[in-house]
Design a protein around this ligand. Structure first.
Ligand code: ADP
Ligand code: 5GP
Length: 199
């Protein structure tokens, strides 16, 4: 059976990663979004096991010790990590697995799994990023400031990625992101020998 492709999906907090992915996933049943573990507290409406596995610091550190993470990173006061076993399982089942992770984690996965496709999503401007993050209303002003400072650093890494999606007009960005998944599936190298034989 065809094995799935691993995708890394990265961009500053508030760029619209979650918004874009929920739209694209709704129309693409071959995609599986990896559920990360985090030490951060759940936001209103976030469900354990759906949005994140919410772990205590002790439990998170125990998983690090046990080697359960494909990657993990510290981000604005909390730890976030990708559990390796479910990602591997879904790839074996043929799903294309998306890791929605920050830049340090993206680079760590890239060095372990150079076959992973790296997508960076950028905001149209820094002011628009700040206004989206504040407009979402999920973070304190202090955390917003810290996330924006981190964003400046993250934006410097765009050129290390394979694809760039600028999330200005949402519809156009959804189209661009879907096109990346479709084009990657059309690569001869991913066809496992199932080339069309009509001559
Ligand atoms: P991220 O997952 O990258 O942190 P979100 O998906 O939560 O970002 O989006 C941050 C905020 O910006 C949300 O309030 C969302 O509705 C809004 N947003 C997302 N994409 C756009 C867009 N293209 N234009 C305007 N607002 C957007
Ligand atoms: P949030 O707190 O807004 O859900 O996420 C904060 C940041 O952590 C975002 O940039 C998000 O992509 C990133 N993130 C979420 N899960 C993971 C993960 O498993 N590993 C890493 N490295 N970053 C993650």
């Amino acid at each position: 059976m065809r094995k799935g492709t691993l995708y890394i999906f990265t961009g500053p907090s508030g760029t619209g990663k979650g918004t874009l992915l929920s739209r694209v996933m709704a129309q693409d049943d071959r995609l599986f979004l990896s559920v990360s573990a985090t030490t951060r507290a759940p936001r209103q409406g976030e469900q354990a096991g759906v949005h994140y596995f919410f772990l205590s610091r002790e439990e998170f550190d125990r998983r690090v010790e046990a080697g359960a993470f494909l990657e993990y990173a510290h981000y604005v006061g909390n730890s976030y990590g990708t559990l390796e076993a479910p990602v591997q399982q879904k790839l074996e089942e043929g799903y294309d697995v998306v890791l929605e992770i920050e830049v340090q984690g993206a680079m760590a996965v890239h060095s372990k799994r150079p076959d992973a496709v790296m997508i960076f999503v950028a905001p149209p401007s820094f002011d628009e990023l700040a206004s989206r993050l504040r407009g979402r209303g999920t973070e304190s002003e202090e955390t917003v400031e810290a996330r924006l400072a981190t964003a400046r650093e993250e934006l410097r890494h765009q050129e290390e990625f394979d694809y760039l999606v600028v999330n200005d007009d949402l519809k156009a960005a959804v189209r661009d992101l879907s096109a990346i998944f479709i084009a990657e599936r059309c690569r001869i190298s991913r066809k496992n020998g199932e080339v069309h034989t009509i001559k």
